[in-house]
Design a binder for this molecule. Structure first.
Ligand SMILES: [Fe+2]
Ligand SMILES: [Fe+2]
Length: 244
């Protein structure tokens, strides 16, 4: 795989298959930088999510079985961090890129209800983002999405089954609705700003195929379907655009 003769554009994106770090470097610094940013965001988000949500959830889980499953989910999320970190190391990304967590992670988990709604909604956003990577031009990233998606889908179904049960009981229904009202808007910035030069580079290089707003709209559709059609709750009034 060598560098394309004409510079790719969002209308005529790069469509090769890049088999690893050496080929990525042959294509050029712009490609390495773009794929590196996508990998780095997963390195940070998987770690931070595991540390501030999944690990505390073990203590909040109400039964031994739920504690066991919360342990498993925390282990898997730290595992995702390690797998993305390995890709970052192979690409020789600077530590600074994979270090600082997103400020949107300033959220304190205090109840088990919040945790199950978080898995139902925030992990659904992760599934939407990873689904897109199944077509990415950087094959190590495509392979990793294939490997991790079953676990992310399990996290979503774990959360959705429990959130639906809790929404059926009059006692806990308002708590589930409150968590939905908090967590849907919390999730939207994860898709990036509506106007994003990073996203343009991702699309030029075929690392992603959707604009940030298109990915956000896909998440809104899928999460609304769960909240309204499956859990019988109200969906908050949100927009598919976000500018920070
Ligand atoms: Fe994950
Ligand atoms: Fe997850």
């Amino acid at each position: 795989m060598s560098a394309p003769t004409a510079a790719p554009t969002v209308d005529a994106p790069f469509s090769g298959e890049v088999r690893g770090p050496a080929e990525a470097r042959e294509i050029g610094a712009d490609y390495v930088s773009a794929v590196g940013k996508v990998i780095a965001s997963h390195v940070r988000n998987e770690y931070t999510g595991a540390a501030i949500f999944d690990e505390p959830a073990i203590g909040l889980a109400p039964t031994p079985r739920d504690k066991w499953l919360a342990c498993r989910i925390a282990m898997e999320e730290y595992g995702h961090h390690l797998r993305f970190h390995k890709l970052a190391t192979e690409l020789e990304l600077p530590d600074a890129l994979t270090g600082a967590p997103l400020s949107v992670f300033e959220y304190e988990l205090t109840t088990w209800v919040e945790f199950v709604v978080l898995k139902a909604i925030v992990d659904l956003a992760e599934v939407v983002l990873m689904d897109e990577l199944l077509e990415t031009t950087y094959l190590p990233l495509r392979d990793l999405a294939v490997a991790l998606l079953p676990e992310e889908r399990f996290h979503v179904s774990f959360g959705q089954v429990r959130a639906k049960n809790l929404a059926r009981s009059a006692d806990t229904r308002p708590l589930v609705q409150q968590a939905v009202d908090d967590l849907v808007p919390f999730t939207l910035p994860f898709f990036g700003r509506s106007r994003s030069s990073n996203n343009e580079a991702f699309r030029r290089w075929g690392i992603k195929s959707r604009t940030n707003d298109e990915a956000r709209a896909a998440f809104i559709d899928r999460s609304r379907q769960f909240v309204v059609d499956e859990a019988g709750l109200d969906y908050p009034d949100v927009s598919s655009t976000w500018d920070g």
